[in-house]
Design a protein around this ligand. Structure first.
Ligand code: MG
Length: 258
């Protein structure tokens, strides 16, 4: 069942998403060679809590037997790590790295979810192109995030765009509805057939999130039970925003308009 949010709920979503966006603004400022992903995590948690929120990823259950609940406030995935990287004092970012930071702020009962891939120092043109394509894939997808289209139209647009650029999308993970829960219906794959899936209606809040790999589409999970890496060791990038379906163009809730 896909929830249609009321006006009141949309205002609460806006606030949770604003906090999420604030954290990304802060992370963008402090990313540099020499900083650890644990330091990024600490800053994220501080900004979320100072703004009345709770880091929703912290303590998130894996659902797999014997795997710890997620121990941090952000996912920080470096280079060939695709998603769900665990922040650590041992992961020191180096000049030329890319790091995908995915985070969810929970406030007043609602969640805001957004991911960005950041450049650390000076990165290769190959890495920059991957970041650009991943971000653009999100925008290609949300051209169809309005009434008159279906979920499959978003998925198709993302998948086609990424493929045309010579990259791969992750098939095992997908975007999702979001609201009181971090993950709600519908699932939003980053590939698929146009014209399929549920019809989009005003009041739906969705996390659209291309996860793109520079090489082949195969992934592996590390023994920590969380970190997903590319099997071929190629780079991966992630770009995500929580959006609101309206009567017209979608509203991106996790970008603060200046
Ligand atoms: Mg996310």
């Amino acid at each position: 069942m896909v929830e249609i949010k009321s006006k009141r709920e949309i205002e609460l979503m806006r606030e949770a998403c604003r906090v999420t966006a604030l954290v990304h603004e802060e992370i963008a400022k402090i990313i540099r060679p020499g900083i650890t992903t644990l330091e990024l995590d600490r800053v994220a948690e501080k900004v979320i809590r100072e703004n009345g929120g709770i880091p929703a990823e912290k303590g998130y259950p894996s659902g797999e037997k014997g795997v710890m609940d997620f121990p941090a406030s952000i996912c920080a995935s470096v280079n060939d790590e695709v998603i769900h990287g665990i922040p650590s004092s041992r992961v020191v970012l180096k000049d030329g790295d890319i790091v995908s930071v995915d985070l969810v702020a929970y406030k007043n009962g609602y969640n805001g979810d957004a991911a960005r891939t950041y450049a650390v120092g000076k990165i290769s043109s190959k890495a920059q192109n991957l970041i650009n394509v991943t971000k653009q894939a999100f925008y290609e997808g949300i051209k169809f995030a309005k009434p008159g289209y279906r979920i499959g139209d978003i998925s198709h647009a993302i998948g086609e765009f990424v493929q045309k650029k010579g990259y791969s999308v992750v098939k095992e993970f997908q975007g999702h509805g979001i609201g009181r829960s971090m993950h709600e219906d519908p699932g939003i794959p980053n590939y698929g057939k146009a014209g399929r899936g549920i019809r989009l209606e005003p009041g739906m809040t969705l996390a659209v999130e291309p996860m793109v790999m520079a090489g082949k589409p195969d992934i592996l999970q590390l023994e920590d039970g969380w970190t997903i890496i590319t099997e071929d060791g190629e780079l991966s990038a992630h770009y995500e925003n929580t959006i609101l379906i309206t009567e017209n163009e979608p509203e991106i809730l996790t970008i603060i308009r200046k």
